[in-house]
Design a protein around this ligand. Sequence first.
Ligand SMILES: [Zn+2]
Length: 277
Amino acid sequence: MECSICVHTSKTKKIIDYNGKKICIDCLTMLKYPPNFEKMKEEVENILYNLKKGNKKYHCILAFSGGKDSVLSLKLLVEKFKLNPLCVMVDNKYIANEAIENALNVTKHYNVDLVILNRDFTNLFEDAIKRGESPCRRCSRLILRDVWRVAKLLNIKYIVTGHELPFGHSAIRDMKEGIKMIRLLTPYKFKEEEKYKMLKDLPWKKPNLGGYTTNCLVLGLALNRFFEKYGFSFEINRIATLVRLGLLSKEKGKKLLEKPEVPEEVYEELRKRGLKI
Ligand SMILES: [Zn+2]
């Protein structure tokens, strides 16, 4: 049984009958408590338009991965809000070379500063892959912790990220010690095609990595291992939410939930960087 709104099936979410329609319980929640994107936009823009009034060197930190969403966020910060962010990239040893090149090229294009912190997440990834589980949550938590430390050190109050899904009903979340995180792309609900169009005039090239990513070398492999264990993608909830909110068509969503083809070069690169697979 399949949800008539998103891409969940009874294998991944409870499906119920709602006014004669089959929908999943997450879609039911959205219908009952629809997120207010206009309000989110107001909150986000209210902060960002006011930041430029300060005379700080860096108005905010941008958690930067070189992937399309963080590059698009940089474009908005500079072009729309006229801000000077400090881009902080955490290289966990498994970022695609193309993504690092993209990061260097785009920050140079905008003449903004980029800090790259070198880390080694080999153990985290090996552990997750061995168990057939998703490494994403732990990886992003560690990255965010590093970015937060830089914000704290430089006394910068806002960390902007390129996430597109809200924290429940807001695009802003309080972090420790008065620092706030802003999911910049959330209020705008850009569709995939729109994003690529907006990046067209920038020195940014899409790498072919397998899975829904433009920077991570590990995702495709991790998705494959999870697939072998559970028979579906660990990205199901995120993709389902994108479809539910209208950011992705159902058809494309389903395609992204298939077991990804990972190019052999990606596996070679993973081994070269020290991952035992
Ligand atoms: Zn649904």
